[in-house]
Design a protein around this ligand. Structure first.
Ligand code: ATP
Ligand code: ZN
Length: 301
């Protein structure tokens, strides 16, 4: 256990992005976990009304430092930012770990070249210049594959580098690919698939650690409920096994008699996966009727 620092007022501190692609979903996730926040996004600190927790609203790049300096215990950040920070400063940021993948903020870090540049695999980049904000990840990727290229670090607007002759190619975050297309660039190699994650400083004081566990259990429950569905249907007794086999990701459905109809039963199940129209059609084809699929709001084992 670490000595109690002056910063420990018994309240858990979480750092999230102040404004940007991760902010809204980070806020929404905490609210779904039952944290009621006084929403004033202009300030640095936002206190929860009903839980000993404060939210720090900062630039995403600063989140790792807020954790390693013990100002915050948890943070929400893109894997791309975490890994890049850890590659550049392994000693400082090695004690941070990813604890939950959140499923939003999905993107990939890719190498892209101008449409008119002949490209025949990574060797085409040998001796060329590549512009990026992810020097650490790009250098590691190229070194592993034995490709020697020059790297130019840019803070933003990396996609204009080839047009301005600052670089031959780029390495940047891509989600839809529209930015690349409108800049005449073709995506060639994916370096990393990324999403938002909760990160934790492994070195934490005991009183905060138990608050942290409570909040992480809640967040895991929120994520599980979000991907799960409750399904209800009526099934002829004769095809019950076939119906059960089609139910996606459900362990043990509840089977109940239907009053006044000995040949039919009601089946209720929690499905751990998305229920597609095709699944419902498959259930119907096997004899199921009155099929209802409903979202689950909260779930705790
Ligand atoms: P800040 O002002 O906090 O430094 P930023 O400009 O660095 O903001 P954003 O553009 O808001 O950051 O992106 C935050 C994170 O969102 C990225 O690090 C990445 O994990 C994720 N992301 C998802 N899709 C994309 C995308 N198409 N381009 C960039 N980032 C994306
Ligand atoms: Zn940033």
């Amino acid at each position: 256990m670490t000595a109690k620092s002056h910063r420990n007022d018994g309240r858990l501190k979480i750092a999230i992005q102040k404004s940007g692609r991760l902010s809204e979903k980070s806020f929404a996730l905490l609210e779904k976990a039952g944290i009621s926040l006084q929403k004033s996004k202009d300030q640095l600190l936002c206190r929860a009304r009903n839980f000993p927790l404060d939210i720090f609203l900062v630039r995403d790049d600063d989140i790792p430092a807020f954790l390693t300096n013990q100002v915050c215990q948890l943070g929400i950040i893109g894997q791309n930012t975490l890994l890049e920070t850890q590659l550049l400063e392994a000693e400082t940021y090695g004690g941070l770990s990813q604890v939950i993948e959140l499923g939003f903020g999905r993107c990939r870090l890719s190498i892209a070249v101008p449409n008119d540049m002949p490209y025949d695999g990574l060797d085409s980049l040998a001796g060329r210049t590549i512009a990026t904000s992810y020097r650490g990840l790009l250098a590691a990727f190229l070194a592993e594959r034995g490709v020697e290229a020059n790297i130019v670090t840019m803070e933003g607007a990396v996609e204009v580098a080839p047009r301005t002759h600052l670089a031959d190619a780029i390495c940047d975050l891509v989600s839809t690919g529209n930015t690349l297309i409108s800049n005449g660039l073709a995506e060639q190699d994916i370096i990393l698939q990324s999403q938002a994650v909760i990160i934790q400083n492994n070195d934490m004081q005991d009183d905060l650690r138990s608050l942290c566990e409570t909040i992480l259990v809640r967040i895991n429950a929120v994520l599980r409920a979000e991907r799960s569905r409750y399904i209800m249907l009526n099934s002829p007794v004769s095809v019950l096994d076939e119906i059960k086999a089609v139910l996606p990701g459900s362990q043990s459905p509840t089977v109940m008699p239907l009053q006044g109809n000995d040949d039919m039963v009601a089946v209720h199940a929690v499905c751990d996966e998305e229920v597609f129209w095709s699944t419902m059609e498959a259930l119907k084809d096997r004899g199921a009727s009155s099929i209802l699929v409903v979202p689950i709001e909260k779930m705790l084992d």
